[in-house]
Design a protein around this ligand. Structure first.
Ligand SMILES: [Zn+2]
Length: 345
């Protein structure tokens, strides 16, 4: 951890919104460094410079947290690509890379654990042991390499999220635990999302909320309910896709010919940077404390969100100045105004 880091995650949250950024796996897949399907972050060992580059881009764009790329870097998933022997190396290296870049700014480093696909509520006792062991080994390495807090994310099951929370708390680190919201209103083990967040908060989670699956339009109403029900900090990290009342998650989006767009045909559904900026402002207005982005995220979104929150970041030096374009200037300016009105509403 950097010695110049003056404040931890909880201290920062006490004084205002913390901006995060994720979507490393999706973005590095688009860039040709991760295989879609298994989605194991082999890039951490095979092309570490590519991971550092993306960390740096998110840092310049305004992310205050470098999330170690250990998503799916757990025993169960590494088996799928026959790299179980690289497990420890991959986990340690991911945290090291996050630290190297965090030191370049004043960013925090988050250890990262996620849904394992090993948890089975029908066989909770046995499968919990397997999940716990995976989390314990991943986080033990992360702690040795230096992390400021842990993000347990994309949790499909409250049961699995509670195991993650327990492991994080044993390490005496601040815990951010966020749920996936693939289903209409409940986790896969049958808890209403709002209720599940309350339970996590009651069990000592410092930050609860949602990540992934939903775009701004369908995540905001849910997060507003969560905000109203818990007294701890709340996090919202949507995907930048146009989910709607009809298609509430990006997994459910359909192309014009009726094919499932997830995960390789999602481009036509991408939000604009203005829409993500508007999301940041709305999340701020309802009292969300940790505002970020998930799969599909990219630096231009992060910067637009940072600026919507009133910040000037390193990458703001190259923010659009369309008034300097001989033809397009006035058109884009009109679009800006439209969204500014939207933000205020
Ligand atoms: Zn995601």
């Amino acid at each position: 951890m950097s010695e110049t880091k003056t404040r931890g995650i909880l201290e920062r949250l006490r004084s205002g919104i913390v901006q995060g950024a994720e979507g490393y796996v999706f973005e590095l897949e688009r860039r040709g460094y991760i295989k879609a399907g298994p989605y194991v972050p082999e890039v951490v060992l095979d092309f570490p410079e590519a991971v550092k580059e993306l960390h740096q881009e998110f840092l310049r764009a305004g992310s205050e947290v470098m999330v170690a790329l250990t998503y799916y870097a757990h025993r169960e998933k590494l088996k799928d690509v026959s790299r179980e022997n690289d497990l420890e190396r991959m986990n340690r290296q991911a945290v090291r890379l996050a630290n190297e870049v965090a030191r370049e700014g004043d960013a925090l480093v988050a250890g990262n654990i996620c849904n394992t696909w090993a948890y089975d509520p029908g066989n909770a006792k046995e499968s919990s042991r397997v999940v716990r062991a995976m989390y314990e080994e991943q986080l033990a390495w992360a702690v040795e390499e230096g992390i400021d807090f842990v993000i347990s994310e994309t949790n499909d099951y409250l049961g699995e999220a509670l195991i993650a929370l327990e492991v994080i708390k044993q390490l005496k680190l601040p815990a951010m635990v966020t749920l996936a919201s693939v289903q209409q209103s409940q986790t896969r083990d049958g808890y209403d999302y709002v209720e599940a967040c309350k339970i996590l908060a009651d069990h000592g989670a410092d930050i609860v909320g949602l990540n992934c699956d939903r775009g701004p339009e369908t995540m905001l109403p849910l997060i507003e309910k969560i905000r109203a029900e818990v007294s701890c900090y709340v996090a919202a990290q949507p995907v930048p896709y146009k989910t709607s009342a009809r298609y509430q998650t990006f997994e459910s989006l359909r192309t014009d010919s009726g094919e499932q767009a997830f995960p390789l045909m999602l481009e036509p559904f991408l939000c604009s940077r203005f829409e993500m900026a508007a999301f940041a402002r709305k999340a701020q207005a309802i009292g969300v404390n940790y505002i970020g982005i998930c799969c599909g995220g990219a630096p231009h979104y992060v910067r637009a969100m940072a600026e919507a929150l009133g910040r000037t970041v390193a990458a703001s030096k190259y923010s659009p100045a369309m008034e300097l374009h001989p033809v397009l200037g006035s058109l884009v300016e009109e679009k800006h105004k439209e969204f500014l009105v939207d933000w205020k509403s």
